[in-house]
Design a protein around this ligand. Structure first.
Ligand code: CO
Length: 293
């Protein structure tokens, strides 16, 4: 009888031990439910962070019950901010915290413009968190702004309604994308094609990819354009917008185009600051939330 009782006791303990980790990680009483992780390159320009506040507001309106966290993919930006006493997580740090807190479903939303290097790294690493023991039951990564032909069409249509209202048709709009040596750099040429079907005087160049500023300058001069509105085609109007686009240094786009006889009017507002554009990222997040169920 005594032997039988201890056998039952051992069996009960073994069952507890064997099932406890599963319960903790997968919908048990410690399950903190869904969470949203917004991931951006980041910015060191304080006023540029207005773009992040704007998009966070729209995300919280769409998902009032779900906690929202941030991560910056740029280690350079994170280190610079850390030096100023501002602490920001990498995506991996943020995911580790969410995992530790017990969130069973995580929607990671990329706030990048296109599916470049940063997005691919984010995607690969986020998927690994989904494979971990005791990790989230479901994790999904939402696509950047320009991820399909439908996105490109929608962004072109939307931006056409947001161009400076004082602009005359013979004046140009020059959008500055970041650009990359990654193949997804081609999206900027594709965007120029989309825009020019709608308005032949809208141009898209990049700082670090193609088309570059020399390409754009040549096209403006060939068309005899005398004035251009310079608009960052990035989520925030950060360092590239203030310096490379609109700065007073001789190699900024403003200086190069002005020297070529094109009067320049910079419009320093990040894409995430335009509600109608931010809502395209939010629409991607809604899809991500659905697939993180
Ligand atoms: Co850059």
């Amino acid at each position: 009888m005594k032997k039988w009782r201890s056998f039952v006791l051992v069996l009960a303990c073994w069952t507890l031990v064997a099932t406890a980790p599963t319960l903790a990680g997968h919908g048990g009483k410690d399950d903190k439910g869904p969470a949203i992780l917004l991931v951006t390159f980041g910015t060191t320009v304080p006023q540029a962070r207005a773009a992040f506040d704007a998009i966070e507001k729209r995300v919280k309106t769409a998902f009032p019950e779900v906690p929202v966290r941030w991560a910056y993919t740029s280690s350079v930006v994170r280190k610079k901010l850390a030096g100023q006493g501002v602490s920001l997580d990498s995506p991996e740090m943020a995911l580790a915290r969410l995992m530790d807190e017990g969130h069973s479903r995580i929607a990671v939303q990329s706030l990048h413009m296109m599916t470049g290097i940063e997005f691919h790294e984010l995607h690969v690493n986020a998927m690994k968190f989904g494979e971990m023991r005791g990790g989230p039951k479901k994790i999904a990564v939402g696509m950047p702004l320009l991820s399909s032909d439908a996105d490109l069409e929608l962004v072109a249509d939307t931006l056409m309604t947001l161009l400076p209202s004082e602009r005359k048709p013979e004046e140009a709009v020059v959008l500055m994308g970041h650009g990359s040596h990654h193949p997804s750099d081609a999206v900027f040429s594709a965007m120029m094609y989309k825009f020019q079907k709608r308005d032949p005087n809208v141009f898209v160049g990049t700082v670090e990819g193609h088309p570059d500023v020399e390409d754009i300058k040549g096209q403006l001069l060939a068309k005899g354009i005398k004035k251009a509105y310079l608009v960052p085609f990035m989520s925030v109007a950060g360092d590239h917008a203030t310096n490379d686009l609109a700065g007073d240094e001789p190699d900024s786009w403003k200086s190069l185009l002005t020297a070529a006889g094109v009067a320049c009017v910079p419009v320093l507002k990040g894409m995430a600051e335009y509600d109608a554009i931010a809502d395209i990222w939010v629409a991607h997040l809604k899809e991500t939330m659905n697939s993180a169920r």
